[in-house]
Write a protein that binds this ligand. Structure first.
Ligand code: ACM
Ligand code: ZN
Length: 650
């Protein structure tokens, strides 16, 4: 605390810092001010614990970053300044001050300023090199001030996201130190589509949770929320014109929770988002520079609609809302005019709610069984001179594309929309591996890569016996990180069509927000880095180092992330003659302290430390776990290795 007043002899300065009060008398005001400043700084320095410089552990890693020794201290006199009168920039400045207040415990003054001043965090919408594109920014944290500069609001927003990640708070000797590393960052994303899909058709997540999801996306600089809103098992969009979609199609009698079909939770499940709620979510996303791409599935994954409006099917029904997870034969009839009137009506409602330029029309997993037997579908094939049911699907999608063009929208669909011929302007979302994406790029169509072997975050992220039930597969953090969305097979021109990458979370076996978070995190961090960071700047080991800080951010945000990256995995190489296995232990975390046993006991903090591959005589059972200090960090994993002679009998 500082006070100053005039006395007969001159100026008295009283400084209170860390509990001690000092009084200095001086004659001249200028001397007073200099003394005031230097004395304060000396006081602060004297009180500063000897902490190492804060580390710039950003995720995603910026495209370029220089660090300097030292640190920037944010204190009560730091101001958040902004140039110009732009209301959004002012709002960003206020939100940043609020964020710092939450962390630091003291408020910062927000003020207009024509330039960055001493001890100011300055936001500026202004000229930056064109090469930074629509989303790039500059962030300089230097001794006199912090500057975030961008040409666009989005760029400024991403600069602020980086700054937020760089703030470290330490409480030392009752002093709260709010510090930043000294950096010069020039940053922009690698891809324009950095997506996350959440399946709200199979599980109905609340509006509040969707907002949280959008916050998490913003924290990772992701910018497309693919909202899977319609499914066989549930319709989630309020329709004014077709109320039975909300009365009937939004609810089902139960939910399959395990692998077997008899494992049914008998509680009814359902709900839908009202049009007002959808508008609220779209706005919430826009405030975070996230575009919402709604998905309205067709012609398959539409049984819920057919339950309410069976006349839109080939057979006429009746149908029941499904409770088990399989692909349904009953899909929209492609022969009946009513199907297209219905979809045009629905899409007309949808485009009013979603201002984004692109609408996802599904297109995946549409069995052709009913179409083959349907007189309407067969008549359509005849009339339109189509070769087969695949061309009928292509006709279906093209017709929808044409309709959406009248609304100034374009379509994206799953890679099945390639079958029978792509609609002229369609973007393809490659999910059955990368083949569809490669084919579409060769046909000069835009592509978003979401291949199931890398980007399906409903798959297991660790060894299944240590994980909650998942749909299958194994996609570890390292596997996600290792994925490059640009296929090596494509030439330079074709590569330009790869617009980005996306991770999908399907909800067959995800029946709570907590589990959705568990499946998404930390893999979404790896996705963020694939989507944002230039390929040459990716580095797995460094990523795991930065993840240690990211986990703390997740703790602070209350995210129920998975610790599976800290579970030990085994690799064994067996020497049959010697009856010995060489055991390698590894994790997906940074320089783990792994402790193991081979004597049947549980690993503890005093068990042998893993320092490299070691031999065991067979048969052997190895137990291993990561420790952080005295505390276990991951789960215990166990591997039994039989002797080769015994193994023959198993
Ligand atoms: C999909 O996973 N059926 C797109
Ligand atoms: Zn039909």
């Amino acid at each position: 605390m500082l006070q100053r007043w005039t006395t007969g002899q001159g100026y008295a300065i009283i400084i209170k810092f860390g509990g001690t009060i000092q009084c200095i008398m001086v004659k001249e005001i200028s001397i007073a001010l200099v003394l005031l400043l230097t004395t304060t700084l000396q006081q602060v320095r004297a009180q500063l614990p000897n902490l190492p410089d804060p580390v710039a552990a950003l995720i995603p890693q910026p495209s370029s970053m220089k660090t300097s020794p030292g640190q920037y201290l944010i204190n009560e006199t730091t101001r958040v300044g902004y140039g110009g009168k732009d209301s959004l920039v002012i709002q960003m400045a206020e939100e940043l001050a609020e964020f710092i207040k939450q962390k630091a415990g003291f408020p910062l003054t927000v003020t207009p300023s024509i330039q960055p001043l001493y001890n100011m965090i300055y936001l500026q919408l202004g000229q930056v090199p064109d090469s930074l594109g629509k989303e790039g920014y500059i962030l300089n944290i230097e001794k006199p001030h912090v500057l975030i500069k961008a040409k666009t609001h989005a760029g400024l927003f991403y600069g602020i996201q980086s700054l937020k990640q760089l703030i470290s708070v330490d409480v030392q000797k009752k002093i709260t130190l709010v510090r930043l590393p000294l950096v010069q960052i020039v940053d922009k994303p690698r891809f324009e589509w950095r997506g996350s899909m959440l399946d709200c058709g199979r599980y109905f997540y609340s509006v509040d949770f969707i907002k949280k999801w959008l916050d998490y996306m913003a924290m990772h600089k992701l910018n497309v929320f693919h909202w899977h809103l319609t499914e066989d098992h549930g319709w989630r969009i309020e329709s004014k014109k077709y109320p039975r979609l909300n009365e009937i199609s939004s609810w089902r009698a139960g939910t399959q929770y395990g692998r077997a079909e008899h494992q049914i939770d008998p509680n009814p499940h359902g709900g839908f988002y009202t049009q007002d709620q959808i508008r609220e979510i779209v706005q919430y996303a826009a405030d975070r520079f996230i575009t919402v791409v709604p998905e309205v599935e067709m012609p398959g994954h539409s049984l819920a609609v057919l339950v309410a409006y069976p006349e839109l099917s080939c057979t006429g029904g009746p149908f029941k809302m499904p409770v088990i997870w399989d692909i349904q034969d009953d899909i929209f009839c492609a022969g009946k005019a009513e199907t297209f009137s219905f979809l045009e009506d629905i899409l007309s409602e949808v485009v009013e709610l979603f201002p984004g330029k692109i609408i996802h029309i599904g297109g995946d997993e549409a069995p052709k069984k009913r179409w083959k037997e349907c007189e309407h579908c067969q008549a359509r094939i005849q009339e339109e001179g189509l070769k087969d049911e695949h061309e009928l699907q292509s006709y279906f999608i093209k017709r929808i594309e044409q309709f959406l063009q009248t609304k100034e929208r374009s379509i994206i669909g799953w890679d099945e929309i390639l079958e029978g011929g792509l609609a002229p302007n369609a973007t393809v979302m490659s999910w059955r591996g990368t083949k569809g994406g490669i084919e579409a790029a060769r046909q000069k169509h835009d592509v978003v890569m979401a291949p199931n072997e890398f980007m399906y975050f409903d798959y297991y992220q660790g060894e299944p016996h240590l994980e909650p039930h998942a749909i299958g597969g194994l996609i570890t953090l390292e596997k996600v990180y290792g994925y490059d969305p640009v296929p090596a097979e494509l030439d330079k021109e074709e590569r330009k069509h790869i617009k980005g990458v996306q991770a999908n979370i399907w909800s067959e076996y995800i029946h709570s927000p907590e589990k959705a978070e568990y499946m998404a995190f930390p893999r979404l961090a790896a996705l963020a880095e694939i989507a944002w960071t230039p390929l040459a700047r990716k580095n797995w080991e460094d990523f795991t180092r930065r993840m240690e800080t990211q986990y703390k951010r997740y703790d602070e945000a209350g995210i129920n992330y998975s610790r599976s990256a800290k579970n030990v995995r085994f690799q064994t190489e067996i020497d049959t003659l010697a009856n010995v296995a060489t055991v390698t232990l590894r994790t997906n975390s940074y320089k783990p302290e792994i402790r193991y046993t081979v004597d049947g006991s549980e690993p503890g903090k005093n068990s042998p430390l893993y320092e490299g591959p070691f031999p065991v005589t067979l048969p052997a059972t190895i137990r291993a776990q990561v420790f952080e200090g005295d505390k276990p960090a991951g789960k215990v994993n166990v591997r039994s290795v039989l002797s080769p002679a015994t193994a023959e009998y198993h």
